[in-house]
Design a protein around this ligand. Sequence first.
Ligand SMILES: Cc1cc2nc3c(=O)[nH]c(=O)nc-3n(C[C@H](O)[C@H](O)[C@H](O)COP(=O)(O)OP(=O)(O)OC[C@H]3O[C@@H](n4cnc5c(N)ncnc54)[C@H](O)[C@@H]3O)c2cc1C
Length: 417
Amino acid sequence: MPDVDFDDTPDEAAYRARVRDLLAEHAADLVHLDAGEEAGDAAEQEQALRRTQRVLADAGLVGVAWAAEHGGQAGSLAQQAIVGQELARARVPALINHIGLGMCGPTVVAHGTPEQHERYLARLLRADDVWCQLFSEPASGSDLAALRTTAVRDGEDWVVNGQKVWTTLAHVADFGILLTRTDPGKPKHAGLTMFVVDMHAPGVTVRPLRQMGGQSDFNEVFFDDVRIPDSERLGEPGEGWRVALTTLLNERVAVGGGGNDLGLSVESLARLAAAKLPGLTPERRVLARQAIGRAAVAALGNRYTGYRRLTAISQGGLPGPEASAGKLAGTAASRLVSDAGVRLLGDDAVFAVGTGDDGTGEDGAGRWQRNQAWLPGIAIAGGTDEVLRNIIGERVLGLPPEPREDKHRPFDAGSRA
Ligand SMILES: Cc1cc2nc3c(=O)[nH]c(=O)nc-3n(C[C@H](O)[C@H](O)[C@H](O)COP(=O)(O)OP(=O)(O)OC[C@H]3O[C@@H](n4cnc5c(N)ncnc54)[C@H](O)[C@@H]3O)c2cc1C
């Protein structure tokens, strides 16, 4: 079998054709990147995105690789990847419940009770409920196991107090998976417990954060005496780290392709270059061409590494080290593409707003501008570049591990020496 197979198998080709037909059939009911996903106010955009996911779910294009008993299509990971590619090709934006689909849902599947499966999974697939992931705190991001939000048992409930931050989608979410400390006397990884939390419960306060690109994708979330029934626990008390590892592994695979949400690819860059290069001075043209070349090499290298991953999946394997390196390389490639685009646009990139991707429309530079402001966050979300390099150094290259002197000490004895 080849390491990299660029061609669909006959079955995959037939599946791809069916997906294209379904997307064409439902095109009028889907939010479309070029048709202005910015249209309407925030509430209208949210409803349009929920509707889009519902239409796709009802057409069998969401949860493709999920088991039928969980509301999925029982398809292959390769089929799921094909749907992802065809949605990008049809310029449908990221599904609103992408955190639920990529991270929370698989965690509920792996660690939830049959009642939790029944209660949550089908609704998650249709975006009837939107989910968020409540892990990071002001003093624990990379060092997640140092988190301080507590859950204390009280009868049939747990009472939660603390603060989370950077919680993507919390402002629209109905449920979240919440990692808490339930036993501060144990070492930091051992005293954690995971719950499903109702984001509309009394005592939950969500405060959106404004990003430098102008949008508010993530939030601070405060928990003041929030009661969670024990039946909403995911996994055993004290097993929260093991449950969280399921989430984090799925997160790496979900974001492993890198890339960006705004539909800007090396093809978008080529369209922009065709429009803008002739108008540049010879000096700027040389610099722009070099930036385009660097970006194209990085983006295509990343894409072909993605095909290697897809080939392995299609042949029944699991993603290997290239999945953990994928996010790092994808982020770097996206930044080079964005830098080259901004270089081509010059001053227009500073002032424009809008939705076109070729820079030639009424306000086509806007998406490049927003993308440029959004990408630094991608180098942080789901594991920072530095932390990913540590992981690759330790687990892929076998280099000596970082010193972790607080790993075995009780958490309440202080997490730092
Ligand atoms: C766009 C975006 C979306 C997010 N969505 C969510 C979400 O939905 N839910 C959620 O729970 N969290 C979310 N996060 C938070 C994200 O997981 C954390 O920001 C990330 O883990 C880094 O943690 P931190 O911000 O506390 O930075 P820190 O961990 O404090 O890191 C600060 C700096 O130190 C470096 N550093 C830290 N440790 C090491 C080390 N051991 N070796 C070398 N360098 C190191 C980091 O690379 C970074 O440059 C999101 C973040 C972003 C930007």
